[in-house]
Design a protein around this ligand. Structure first.
Ligand code: NAD
Length: 260
């Protein structure tokens, strides 16, 4: 389905981004990976993905929290793979603290990566997509793009902002062949969430299992985590021709979290 397409997936050395990169490669897309990690592990991941699906896979380690990082990543993808047809803005971080104690440095870091990098990535990729008359932008927002939780002021503000930016870009790109949508996951068991579970277990003197169950039952009527490959399957659908008229949407995949 995506044999002649090139996809940039930010933050794809782990978690949801890796699940999305695998799903797009499985459909034949060439993939530019991005993110942090141990270089030898990233190289092994890059090679495994390329060999498993017989597609070109490149890696660029741009720090997307910098103002030049997103445009450097898009330029590198264009050079390495020949085009940028699909952009999945996925890289994100979290910090948990009450508003009055929230470190300003953490606020700035979360806004830079979770919100500004989405804008900067779209800004750099859109001209390539317009030129080819086809494109798919998928912004990984969150249930926290739709509703709030305590102690996540920067994350919730950034993810609400991502939905706003998604809608604006969708309107501007209507009739260009480029769609722009957001996916709003509930809990997905990735290193980002495992860190929150571990912190709760330490603070409460409990186990990770108990805190996983508590995390789910506080928010999700469905008491199970969404898998990264299920987010990948939704991204595959958004890249398909059947989704050609779906744009500006915020799609929850959240076990009923935001239905309440
Ligand atoms: P993760 O921690 O497993 O992966 C984050 C990825 O981003 C990693 O590849 C990391 O190296 C990369 N990254 C971090 N800082 C970066 C930077 N400055 N520049 C470039 N790359 C950077 O996290 P995840 O849970 O897979 O989250 C991915 C996205 O999904 C995030 O935007 C997150 O907000 C969103 N999300 C996650 C959940 C969940 O439950 N896990 C739920 C809703 C939304």
């Amino acid at each position: 389905m995506l044999r002649d397409k090139c996809a940039v997936v930010t933050g794809s050395t782990s978690g949801i981004g890796l699940g999305v990169a695998q799903a797009l490669a499985a459909q034949g897309a060439a993939v530019m990976l991005n993110g942090f990690g141990e270089p030898s592990q990233i190289e092994a991941m890059r090679r495994a993905l390329s060999e498993r699906y017989d597609v070109p896979v490149a890696f660029h380690g741009a720090d997307l929290a910098t103002s030049d990082g997103p445009s450097e990543l898009i330029a590198a993808a264009h050079e390495a793979l020949g085009s940028v047809d699909i952009l999945v803005n996925n890289a994100g971080i979290q910090h948990v603290a009450p508003v009055e104690d929230f470190p300003i440095e953490r606020w700035n870091a979360i806004i830079a990566l979770n919100l500004s990098a989405v804008f900067l990535g779209m800004r750099a990729a859109i001209p390539h997509m317009r030129r080819r008359g086809w494109g798919r932008i998928i912004n990984i927002a969150s249930a926290h793009g739709l509703v709030a939780s305590v102690h996540k002021v920067a994350y919730v503000a950034a993810k609400h902002g991502v939905l706003g930016a998604t809608k604006v870009a969708a309107l501007e790109l209507a009739n260009s062949g480029v769609t722009v949508n957001a996916i709003c996951p509930g809990w997905v068991l990735t290193p980002l969430v495992e860190a929150q579970i571990a912190a709760r277990a330490e603070a409460n003197g409990t186990s990770s299992l108990i805190e996983s169950e508590a995390l789910l039952s506080e928010k999700q009527p469905m008491l199970s985590f969404t898998r990264p490959d299920a987010i990948g399957a939704l991204a595959q659908y958004l890249c398909s021709n059947d989704a050609a008229t779906m744009t500006g949407a915020a799609l929850p995949i959240d076990g009923g979290w935001t239905a309440q």
